[in-house]
Design a binder for this molecule. Structure first.
Ligand SMILES: [Zn+2]
Length: 181
């Protein structure tokens, strides 16, 4: 998802002062990206799927059940039915746009955005392309250091450490030794 679009999503989410029409315009930009994602996966971004997605994007800090989504959409004068919401959520889940968690007696959904929007911290091997996750302790330590030493509060992260994995590193060493003989 392009940076401009991400920015548009952030505006749409942060600025609750935006009126309905402005918010709709912002969503229009974002929805172009969603349409492509749906099409690429042989799904259609129907009006009702779009209503559900819009609501989830606007409330991305919330984890909502299908029934809560239903009531919120009904308040907006939507004619959507609960069964349609369940089906829409299943599609959004397949497209990895939402995170599912079971608590408080039911399945709940939260918009997590496209892969590019998601936080990550990992090592990437430049030789074989394998990805290893950075241990969460390192991340916590880094965040604590940023807070304590710079007064910086980390809200989001994308950390990619490039290098060689254990296998590739040892292959490389062997190769160098051969060459040096
Ligand atoms: Zn490797």
């Amino acid at each position: 998802m392009a940076a401009a679009v991400l920015h548009a999503v952030q505006i749409a989410v942060k600025s609750r002062k935006l009126n309905r029409i402005d918010r709709w315009k912002v969503m229009e930009t974002v929805l172009e990206e969603f349409k492509t994602l749906f099409n690429n996966n042989s799904y259609k971004l129907t009006g009702q799927r779009r209503e559900v997605l819009e609501l989830l994007v606007e409330n991305r800090s919330l984890t909502m059940s299908a029934e809560e989504i239903y009531h919120m959409l009904r308040k907006r004068k939507s004619k959507i039915g609960l069964a349609t919401i369940y089906r829409a959520l299943s599609v959004l889940d397949k497209l990895k746009l939402v995170e599912k968690v079971y608590y408080d007696g039911c399945m709940r959904y939260r918009y997590i955005g496209s892969e590019k929007e998601q936080a990550y911290a990992h090592f990437v091997c430049e030789a074989c392309g394998c990805v290893l996750n950075l241990q969460p302790e390192f991340l916590t330590l880094l965040k604590e250091k940023a807070r304590n030493e710079k007064g910086f509060v980390v809200t989001f992260h994308k950390i990619k450490l490039m290098g060689l994995c254990n296998n590739c590193y040892h292959k490389e060493i062997k190769l160098q030794r051969k060459e040096n003989r």
